[in-house]
Design a protein around this ligand. Structure first.
Ligand code: FEC
Length: 307
């Protein structure tokens, strides 16, 4: 007999329509409304990438692909998908309540972010756990999958494919910028968080497993909190690398994200490209994992290791 297990897929969430931008931004700021100027700045960034972000539909497709892959991998278990978002409905709590209403007693949780930080993945897990405790639902949390061989293979393949577009004699003048979303430094330090170490390990393995010669680690998309965030920021890093080594080609792999969305389409494809154009270097940004079978397979392998 097959047993039904909840699969709680959690992701950041994005506005579905223009009117959602203000409440969404307010939620990101933990209930503090943005000023008119801050709101307009965010609206302009969405406008720049085509009005809204593709994140909502990609998250749905990723969640469906993962559910299907897990149901193929497990013979005596049926995974039932629940989507829970951090900053917009369906919120994580709503998803857990729905599981309870459907009679789910046990679930696996996955966050669509590959590296663990108690302030990113950990905060999704805590919200899910708190709600699940109300109903006695048992959760198995998948904390990260950045070390999974299929995840590394996905990015190593993309780096090698990008290098094929660059003349061989320029490979020694090409640098890979491996990045994730920045976080406030103080938060991470107070908690001895593994996040910076995990990004460093991803960068090291990619250097080992792909044909890239030069690798640099950076952080991106930092917020405006007036406190120091993890650095170097990818834009400053681009200028510094250029001044130190005169690289001709920059390949950006924002490995801390799993699909194209605002932070990739604006912060990499616009802001980093502006810097590359300014210094006269070529900008490359391989496709994000989205529903690639290697990426989905990496999560399946991590689930199999824990459940
Ligand atoms: O495409 C989209 O519409 C949404 C893209 C999006 C993703 C994303 C992922 C992460 N964030 C993380 C941390 C922070 C912290 C703050 C913060 C602020 C914003 C704002 C927008 C936004 N984030 Fe985000 N993030 C995305 C979008 N993020 C919009 C607000 C305006 C701005 O600063 O640009 C600062 C909060 C504060 O002010 O106190 C901190 C982390 C991730 C990666 C892990 C994850 O996906 O959960 C960490 C995608």
């Amino acid at each position: 007999m097959t047993k039904t297990i909840g699969l709680l897929v959690m992701a950041y969430g994005t506005p579905y329509k223009e009117n959602d931008i203000e409440p969404y931004y307010t939620d990101i700021r933990r209930g503090k409304k943005p000023t008119e100027e801050e709101l307009q700045d965010l609206k302009n960034r969405y406008e720049f990438i085509g009005g809204l972000s593709p994140l909502a539909s990609t998250t749905d497709r990723q969640a469906e692909a993962l559910t299907q892959a897990l149901n193929e991998a497990y013979k005596d278990v049926e995974f039932k998908l629940y989507l829970g978002l951090k900053h917009i409905s369906p919120y994580i709590e709503e998803a857990v309540e729905k599981m309870h209403n459907d009679g789910i007693e046990e679930a696996v949780t996955v966050v669509l972010a590959p590296h663990y930080s108690s302030f990113s993945v950990g905060s999704y897990d805590d919200r899910a756990q708190e709600e699940a405790d109300k109903y006695g639902i048992k959760l198995t949390h998948i904390k990260h999958y950045c070390h999974q061989s299929k995840f590394i293979k996905y990015w190593a393949n993309k780096i090698n494919e990008t290098l094929e577009r660059i003349p061989r004699e320029e490979h020694n003048q090409t640098v890979l910028v491996v990045s994730a979303h920045s976080l406030p430094k103080a938060l991470l330090e107070s908690n001895n968080d593994s996040y910076p170490k995990e990004l460093h390990e991803t960068a090291e393995i990619l250097k080992q497993d792909s044909n890239i010669i030069h690798v640099a680690e950076g952080w991106q998309s930092e917020g405006n909190t007036g406190t120091p965030w993890l650095g170097p920021d990818v834009q400053d890093l681009t200028r510094d690398l250029y001044h130190q080594h005169q690289y001709k080609n920059f390949i950006y792999t924002p490995v801390g994200f799993v699909c194209e969305h605002l932070e990739v389409l604006y912060d990499n494809d616009y802001e980093c490209k502006v810097v590359c154009d300014d210094i006269g270097a070529n900008y490359y940004r391989p496709d994000m994992p989205n529903t690639d079978p290697l990426f989905i397979g990496a999560i399946v392998d991590e689930v199999k290791a824990h459940f």
